[in-house]
Ligand binder design. Sequence first.
Ligand code: SF4
Ligand code: SF4
Length: 433
Amino acid sequence: MFIFVKNFKTMQSPFLSPFYLMAKPAGSICNLACDYCYYLEKAQYYKQDLSHRMSDEMLDLFVKEYIESQASDYVNFTWHGGETLLRDISFYKKAFKLQRKYAKSKRIENVFQTNGTLLNDAWCRFFKENDCLVGISVDGPQRFHDRFRLSPSGRGSFDKVMKGIDLLNRYEVEWNAMAVVNAFNADFPLEFYHFFKDLDCHFIQFAPIVERALYKDNTHNHSITELKTSSSENLSLLASLRDTNDVAALVDFSVSPQQWGNFLCSIFDEWVRNDVGNIFVQIFDSTLANWVGQPPGACFYAKECGHAAVIEFNGDVYSCDHFVFPSYKLGNIREKGLQQMMYSKAQQDFGKAKAKLLPSQCLNCKWLFACNGECPKNRFAYTKDKEPFLNYLCSGYYKYYSHVAPYMDYMAKALENEQAPALVMDAIARGEL
Ligand code: SF4
Ligand code: SF4
């Protein structure tokens, strides 16, 4: 799963805070076993504590430390998994009580990321009463969603998710969609987009799935399940791979660069003609933000990493949700303060590596200001000159940025003149674009 980056209740982005922490109160435990989930394997790091549950004492420490370490008046708590709703409502009631205790004058907002299958009346009432924003992982229409989002026994989860969304709507809980774009659904962008429009979903985050399996030799005669590792092997591992016989191969559900580019361009064409100002697609928002020199809201398109870390159920803090590896552990909040960890040299180096490792193809690219090489976890391709650390999705992004440029120019100009970017729709209708 991915981080929800913008809470449209306030139009604030947690990434505007000096740092932001995503909490995993149920560790990596989930009631589903989606084919492309990289969280389940994280459980291997915590074999000594199979419960994977944040204790009350840890919750108190985390809430206090997180609020007190934030310089801004706004604190965003993002509850992530695994599956967040595997913890009882009583756990989150305690969390909210602690937030009130430590908030002083700070404003607190809570975001829950969930697969939606465990939603019921009680949860929806609770979310409504506490003004929570809920992020739902849903991969489009049933034939797409049920292809990969499966129960441990292999049953599709679509019907349960739809029931959950119905309930959220009935209780008027604000919710967003996080949709994974994979090799299977990427060829149906408009069907995909209209599915969300028909659900009356106004904020959609598309997450390209790029997953690799690490083979310990060149025979490739192991099953993917046996060998699957996260798509986000760390940079040093990627570097070391070049010196060994190990091979990291793409898992077949990964979206191709061409698919990703076509997918974004097709949806953008539909959106820019009909939906600007009404439907918020995260990458389009981030692109426009970078076009006008504002923070993009999503770390993928920011110049640096390092502002968004993750805290495990036991208090271990890692540099990023996609880098939950021993070498990226910053410490544990029982032993170190959050500020100490988030401003440590290790975290600063991690943050700067994103720009530092850009290949010259990116440094000379006219879209660098908007793309920033995207996420380092996807930087395992080579440039034409055999330079490493090119983003695997590069050609897709290049196509997308080239395609949207005239429209972004227009919307940026509108913003400069204190006008609504939605005016771009009129300009297109008049044939000016
Ligand atoms: S489009 Fe490609 S070359 Fe340009 S900045 Fe992005 S990843 Fe680098
Ligand atoms: S590595 Fe950087 S860009 Fe990728 S998810 Fe982490 S913070 Fe975001």
